[in-house]
Design a protein around this ligand. Structure first.
Ligand code: SAM
Length: 293
């Protein structure tokens, strides 16, 4: 039986059976593997790291997008950095947004995702509100003069081309692009394996944002299970509105979700003491003291 082994951490790996290999190739930026696994369905792997599976990607995409957009509640313009599979885009378009700019480095990830994971984007790339830019997200945020209500960073891990998207200067550029009250969200790895990364990311964000709060989403295909996401904005409180407010917003939007709900929004910000505090983050927030893992 053929297998794919993900060796993301030292002394531990996770293994998927390859029940059918669908695609293997090298793009200009990364190595791509797409295979079928009987438990998870189709699996997208970039440079040996699992990006998404058919079975559980909705948890990640819903939590990455609806948490910041429900906290903001008046989002008209959104910037997505990365996210070539289109899953975050699909969720964002469930909100009454007027324009979404998506900056994805690798056009081949978009094409392969449309071909092998059509239900993940579900036609989102064809929506008239979407402007797709194939390019480097870091360069885009450093150069553009456009402003947004929300920025969603749907990146690979801080290795290779994704590394620049975990730096203090990237977050500072993002902050400048946000309208007053604007929000940002990003993924920051699995804190059980990599608590330093979460602390470092929170620390770097804290140089530019008053409110920085990590939250969790259980994504079974990410080894370690609990993925840390981070929301950032003008205030700590605004990122986790009261349940009554979230319920009203959720009903008004008629949002159809499979994982996100107002109760889950609130609960996701409850982290175990070991992972929950960004309080120490300022102390380790400098680029030199806390390089991406
Ligand atoms: N949902 C997945 C996860 O959590 O790992 C991954 C989302 S998506 C596939 C990640 C995308 O980020 C990839 O398509 C990659 O090409 C893109 N990416 C990496 N570095 C980038 C950069 N500097 N600018 C824009 N996109 C980038």
């Amino acid at each position: 039986m053929r297998e794919f082994q993900e060796n993301l951490y030292e002394h531990h790996s996770q293994t998927f059976t390859i029940d059918a290999e669908l695609y293997r190739g090298q793009t200009e930026f990364q190595e791509v593997l797409i295979f079928e696994n009987r438990l998870f369905g189709r699996v997208l792997v970039l440079d040996g790291i699992v990006q998404l599976t058919q079975r559980d990607n909705y948890i990640y995409h819903e939590m990455l997008t609806h948490v910041p957009l429900m906290a903001h509640a008046r989002t008209k313009s959104v910037l997505i950095i990365g996210g070539g599979d289109g899953g975050a885009l699909k969720e964002i378009l469930k909100h009454p947004v007027q324009q979404v700019v998506m900056v994805e480095l690798d056009k081949d990830v978009i094409a392969l995702s449309k071909r092998y994971f059509p239900e993940v984007s579900s036609g989102a790339f064809e929506d008239g509100r979407v402007s797709l830019i194939v390019g480097n997200g870091f360069e885009y945020v450093a150069q553009t003069r456009r402003q947004f209500d929300a920025i969603i960073v749907d990146s690979t891990d801080p290795i290779g081309s994704g590394e620049a998207l975990f730096t203090r200067s990237f977050y500072a550029h993002c902050r400048k692009l946000l309208h007053p009250g604007g929000v940002l969200s990003l993924q920051s790895g699995v804190p059980f394996y990599n608590p330093e990364q979460l602390q470092a990311v929170c620390g770097r964000l804290a140089f530019s944002f008053e409110g920085v709060r990590p939250y969790l989403a259980p994504v079974p295909s990410y080894a370690g299970g609990m993925l840390a996401l981070v929301a950032a904005g003008e205030s700590h409180k605004a990122l986790r509105p009261p349940i009554k407010t979230l319920r009203e917003r959720f009903q008004r939007l008629h949002l159809r979700t499979d994982y996100y709900s107002p109760v889950i929004h609130r609960a996701a910000f409850t982290l175990a003491p070991r992972f929950g505090s960004c309080a120490k983050a300022n102390a380790i927030g400098s680029e030199s003291a806390a390089r991406p893992a």
